[in-house]
Write a new protein. Structure first.
Length: 128
């Protein structure tokens, strides 16, 4: 039997009913202050995104600093990482975090083999 998700003692259904400012009361201090300062931006983003979801369009955003609220749970959002949009599935565990935390801007370094002239064995080849 899977454990039911809860955030600060509230189920996801109870949280989805709350307004953005009411949900802010359950966040930690830094996220709470950000949500209370930017609640209009978050509400506008949710309204625009719902329209796009109705038309089955892809939701994309450059706002990496936006805090994830319960209304966004279950959405698939393209978050810009500086080069392109990385698709992020919003789950309940992401509440209170920011979009940028799930769309990494730096890729993993992959070191290949050494090039010609980089080692003593290939130095003679580079002089030709």
């Amino acid at each position: 039997m899977a454990k039911e998700f809860s955030y600060r003692g509230k189920t996801l259904e109870e949280l989805k009913v709350l307004d953005v400012r009411e949900f802010a009361k359950y966040l930690k201090s830094r996220s709470r202050r950000t949500v209370l300062r930017q609640f209009r931006d978050i509400e506008n983003f949710i309204a625009r995104s719902k329209k796009k979801l109705d038309r089955k369009k892809l939701i994309k955003t450059h706002s990496r600093n936006m805090v994830i609220v319960p209304a966004m749970v279950g959405w698939k959002i393209g978050v810009h990482n500086g080069k392109g949009f990385e698709m992020v599935d919003i789950t309940g565990e992401m509440l209170g975090h920011r979009f940028g935390e799930f769309s990494l801007t730096r890729g993993r370094v992959k070191h290949g083999s050494a090039g010609v002239g980089a080692t003593k064995g290939t130095r003679a080849k580079s002089k030709k």
